[in-house]
Design a protein around this ligand. Structure first.
Ligand code: ACO
Length: 361
């Protein structure tokens, strides 16, 4: 039976490699640990885009171009953003992105990066009855996202968010990247391809898990007994959010990268105690999963510490998938361009297992 395309190689890529057995992530020749906390998001965008766009500017110029794109997108979506505010925050962002031009150039790519950074804070503010804050083209991307969200951005929180965006910028041929490449292979524009990625990322088996991680932590805190709570969930056939991965059989390296960022913020007392509690829950979950599913190595994935980090920088849990998309969009765009360059339509086969018509003599 066709089964989730496990082990099928559907693309050659220079962009990233996920070593599931060793627990390593390589992004264009660099290990995640080399990039996370050291490179800025604009630098990683440049790394991923190199060779896929003509006239790619320097890192500094690219950061400025992304700032200009934030201003352009804000002006473009401002007349309609209030109409999107009643939608759930992910649908609002997706709808706002759908009005962007559908070309294949660098300007199109930068608008798509800018759009998520601009739309999510604007929609959150409107939802709270506040006026959206306009972007500052000279600010760094992550810092400006936080400033548009809450009016200010401390350098420590901006750096934490920037590290997050870098950590999730690309990750092999995951479901949303594959969806992006399928649409790009039809030579549809980048906006169409990114909308496909956004659709795939939404589900809880992919990028929709960190919001439920917060709900789980809150429920466990209220119950007072992590192991009993987790055992009950498993007994009811539920999945523990933030654990397990199709490729990783060891700990997801992004979990450690993000945990280190949360730990750095931990001097802020609320974050520190939240982290200590999450670590206890993590240990309990790993033990419960080890006993309940001995045939499978189920380890902590990226979403567990994503939840803590995004909570600490000030995003509400409903917007966590939006922020994930704001980092991953760079990888999606690079994959879309890489796929377009092959000129090859992705068109697999299905096996028909339905009823057959009677043959007419
Ligand atoms: N909690 C409980 N059981 C689990 C979990 C989990 N988190 N993950 C896997 N399992 C169990 C399944 O129930 C199944 O058990 P069974 O054989 O007794 O039926 C077995 O492990 C294999 O499950 P599959 O769905 O085949 O494993 P797969 O490798 O496809 O799962 C997935 C990957 C979908 C991410 C899964 O681990 C999961 O649902 N995790 C929870 C949601 C989550 O954290 N999603 C974010 C993933 S990271 C990302 O996409 C960015």
């Amino acid at each position: 039976m066709a089964n989730g395309l496990d082990d099928v190689v559907a693309a050659d890529t220079v962009l990233s490699d996920v070593d599931g057995a060793g627990g390593h992530l390589t992004i264009r020749g660099h290990s995640l640990m080399e990039l996370a906390g050291r490179w800025r998001y604009a630098q990683v965008v440049r790394l991923l885009f190199d060779g896929f766009f003509d006239d790619l500017p320097s890192d500094t110029e690219l950061e400025k171009a992304i700032g200009n794109a934030r201003v352009e997108v804000f002006d473009r979506v401002q007349p309609m953003v209030a109409q999107l505010a009643p939608l759930d925050i992910y649908s609002g962002m997706r709808a706002g992105m759908a009005v962007l031009p559908d070309g294949d150039g660098l300007a199109d790519a930068l608008r798509l990066i800018a759009a998520q950074a601009v739309l999510t804070p604007a929609l959150l503010r409107l939802g709270r009855g506040e006026t959206p804050v306009a972007p500052d083209e000279n600010a760094d991307h992550a810092g400006d996202m936080l400033r548009m969200l809450s009016g200010t951005a401390s350098p420590a929180l901006a750096k934490a968010l920037d590290s997050y965006l870098v950590t999730v910028c690309d990750h092999g041929l995951n479901a949303s990247t594959f969806a992006t490449r399928v649409v790009a292979s039809t030579q549809a524009g980048l906006t169409s391809a990114i909308l496909a990625g956004l659709g795939a990322l939404k589900g809880p088996l992919h990028g929709g898990a960190p919001g439920p991680v917060i709900e789980m932590l809150d429920a466990i805190e209220a119950s007072g007994d992590a192991t009993a709570w987790l055992r009950k969930e498993i007994a009811h056939g539920e999945r523990i959010m933030g654990f397990g991965h199709r490729i990783y059989r060891v700990r997801d390296p992004r979990a450690d990268a993000l945990k280190a960022v949360v730990r750095q913020l931990g001097s802020r007392s609320e974050t520190g105690s939240r982290l200590a509690f999450a670590e206890t829950v993590e240990q309990a979950a790993l033990e419960v999963l080890r006993i309940a599913k001995p045939q499978r190595s189920i380890q902590t994935n990226v979403e567990f510490y994503t939840a803590l980090l995004l909570e600490a920088v000030g995003f509400p849990k409903e917007a966590f998938s939006n922020v994930f998309a704001a980092g991953r969009v760079a990888g999606w765009i690079a994959h879309a361009r890489e796929q377009q360059a092959t000129g090859r339509l992705i068109r697999p086969q299905s096996r028909y297992v339905g009823p057959v018509p009677d043959l007419v003599a």
